[in-house]
Design a protein around this ligand. Structure first.
Ligand code: NI
Length: 167
């Protein structure tokens, strides 16, 4: 297993639109394992392949308190959404910042597992928010896109400054 490097806003690679996963092989299984390790280590509740510079449609997540409910979604699609809800969100690619984002309250998701098998399930609450947030990454979208450009610029400048000091 290996820890993967997480891209940080405003890295332009985070703006890439991911392509579907077509091959369900050992390389995919290894990527999924590495993404879980990277997510748990960070620590975070979700990680999209885009964030580790792999531009394929997959994400890993675990919103449980005990970190024992790992879930991988490959080629995820929202097939139903219901209601609206606002929650404070953060992101491993925008470290240290939390902003309120409005999203669908309940969703029905169709995805494939690591062997390519299609499954569907319903999600709400934090799980629904996390799935929508990670699916945005696959479109090249970040949660800071939902806030004002003034605020977003402020975050961008601060993160760029931190990066300069760190490197
Ligand atoms: Ni994120």
């Amino acid at each position: 297993m290996a820890l993967l490097n997480i891209l940080q806003f405003p890295d332009p690679r985070l703006r890439t639109r991911a392509k579907p996963v077509e091959v369900f092989d050992d390389n995919l299984a290894t990527l999924v394992r590495d993404m879980f390790e990277t997510m748990y280590e960070a620590p975070g509740i979700g990680l999209a392949a885009t964030q580790v510079d792999v531009h394929r449609r997959l994400l890993v997540m675990d919103v449980s308190e005990d970190k024992d409910q790992s879930r991988v979604l490959i080629n995820p699609e929202l097939i139903e959404t219901q209601g609206e809800e606002e929650m404070d969100e953060g992101c491993l690619s925008v470290p240290g910042y939390y902003e309120t984002v409005r999203r669908a309250e309940k969703i029905r998701v169709r995805a494939q597992d690591v062997s390519g098998k299609v499954f569907e399930f319903d999600a709400d609450g934090l799980e629904a928010v996390c799935i929508q947030h990670e699916m945005d990454h696959l479109e090249g979208k970040l949660f800071v896109d939902y806030i004002s450009s003034l605020k977003r610029d402020r975050i961008r400048k601060k993160l760029e400054k931190q990066k300069k000091i760190a490197s």
